[in-house]
Design a protein. Sequence first.
Lengths: 104, 178
Amino acid sequence: MPVVEIAGKPIHVNEEGFLTEYGEWDTDIAKVLAKQIEVDLTDEHWKIINFLREDFKVQGETATSRRVQTVGGVPVKEQFALFPKKPAKKMAYIAGLPKPKGCV
Amino acid sequence: MSITEVAPSIVPNFASNEDSGRKLAIICSKGNLDMAYPGLILANAALGEGVETMIFFTFWGFDMISKARMNDLQFSPAGNTAMHLPGTNAHIPQAMMPAPGMTAMATKMLKKQIADLDVPEVPDFLDQIVAAGGHLWACRMSADMNKYTMADLRDDVEGIISASDFIEMTEGAQLLFI
């Protein structure tokens, strides 16, 4: 797996650029990742990112859009507004998590 | 690993499929609970990938958007030779399938399995699809046969249209008939 420099730190990523080590992520890195995919982070974005981080810690897998709505409390429509076109993958990327595996 | 071995930055390609003009048209023609899901799951997946998605409900698929029927889709194991005893690979004899209560029992079991996966019920799933930008259309002929108007359908159905209208509006789309 490649190692890239993000926010001045060496970070392990997969071939697509998703972080592979949960512990290497921090908010500075999230800001760089968001900028790279042209997302301007607001409090609403952080609410989802923090939920994804916490949920992953407990569940061991990345929450799907469905779960961000039902458990995280952010409606799907809002997810599409905050992370246009591909919310599930963009949210996971910025949160330093793998792409969600679930179908729904 | 020393800093000299650090690879150049890798950024995932989140380019939208819209840029490539990719569109998906799904025709839902079945009203059985089990056959309602494939179209919904694929529509939801396509929307999550930024693909413009249109769903056309026709014939028995009309039950998925009928206010009176959408909460009561059923699953029957009759005629389904892929139906096995739960948790096994053993077939259930087809002769048993039409027994009283079999459809109700099978429907209840399927609904539980779907809920266990945190997959929503059909009306809720369509809510999510519309929230994700999906478009729902109803078939004119099916509406006429059922004597249905827009008032009988989900409020987010965009219109009752003819087959030719749907073909026209889905020009260039990939198409699934379910």
